[in-house]
Ligand binder design. Structure first.
Ligand SMILES: [Fe+2]
Ligand SMILES: [Fe+2]
Length: 317
């Protein structure tokens, strides 16, 4: 028991000294489990997040916007890959993570259970959803687990491109015809609150937060990140003449920050439980794509096996 304690103490001191934990280092079991849950959840979000956007690739209004959207959706697939690989260094394999996703055991960001109804939604998703993701992920470039933090550095660079492509779309629409401006406003109305909820429940209701902060998996609380996102985004909405759908939103001189209204957490938990507008559709689509890709995995395995045998034969000769 004492040696276990001292291992944990040494671990904590190492983390407190701003050192990165690497896959072969000793770590508390709960640290490993927390990271597997968080990184795989993050990977699933990247991959499922391709669906609401992929929905508009064939309907993008110009060749330029189609190319940009295609590149963005491909980036998200890449983010999923880096993150699955980072999670695998903790001793879980890809197939197990995929199963957890498809059976509902693992979650992904609730925001991707909302539909993208118009082209303006693609703008709102890039601007707000990728914007909120960056807010969270910049902090994660300094997370204590080495492979996760390194994956985040590259991801963040790409996310800032995503945020800008979204803002460009929404700006163009907000400055377009009356109908286009109304579409932009409507998209903001529908995506604003779900985006704020991406940061998760308030820290008082988030039981794992304190431990994650202590282990430096997280560097900032959910509420701090949410506030930073709001303070950054409100002026962007004002700049293009759109209104944030929150009657309680008000600049607070004393706090040097915006005060804002209550979030509808019942809706949040309801969507997490699987009752959002698109939960079933998202998973069904994932299962279908995964099954259709089975032959690719089989071919890759057969090829790897062939290579292995060839190597064996060579070294025996
Ligand atoms: Fe991403
Ligand atoms: Fe993104």
């Amino acid at each position: 028991m004492t040696s276990e304690l001292s291992l944990e103490e040494r671990f904590q001191n190492y983390v407190d000294g701003e050192n990165k934990i690497e896959p072969k280092d000793w770590m508390p079991e709960k640290y490993r489990k927390t990271l597997i849950r968080q990184i795989s959840q993050h990977a699933h979000s990247e991959v499922i997040g391709m669906q609401p956007e992929g929905n508009w690739i064939t309907r993008a209004p110009s060749l330029r916007s189609k190319l940009i959207l295609l590149a963005k959706v491909q980036d998200e697939a890449g983010h999923g890959l880096y993150l699955y690989s980072a999670a695998e260094t903790l001793g879980i394999d890809r197939q197990e993570m995929i199963e957890q996703l498809q059976t509902g055991k693992a979650k992904y960001s609730s925001i991707f259970n909302y539909p993208t109804l118009t082209w303006a939604d693609i703008g709102a998703v890039g601007w707000l959803v990728d914007g909120a993701a960056i807010q969270n992920q910049v902090m994660l470039t300094r997370t204590s687990y080495g492979p996760y933090s390194r994956a985040m550095v590259k991801i963040c660079k790409e996310e800032s491109f995503h945020q800008r492509q979204g803002y460009e779309i929404i700006m163009k629409m907000a400055r377009g015809t009356k109908e286009q401006k109304a579409m932009a406003q409507d998209a903001l109305n529908r995506w604003w609150w779900p985006s704020l909820m991406m940061f998760g429940p308030s820290d008082d209701d988030s039981p794992n937060s304190a431990q994650s902060m202590k282990w430096k998996i997280k560097r900032k609380s959910n509420d701090t990140l949410r506030q930073e996102f709001i303070d950054k985004t409100v002026p962007q909405a004002e700049f293009i003449g759109l209104t944030i759908p929150d009657p309680d939103l008000k600049w607070n001189e004393e706090r040097n920050s915006y005060d804002f209204g209550e979030m509808n957490w019942d809706e949040f938990y309801n969507v997490i439980k699987g009752n959002g507008p698109c939960n079933k559709q998202r998973i069904a689509h994932h299962v279908k794509a995964h099954e259709e890709g089975a032959w690719v995995r089989e071919a890759a395995n057969a090829y790897a096996e062939k290579q292995r045998k060839r190597k064996e034969a060579n070294s025996a000769a």
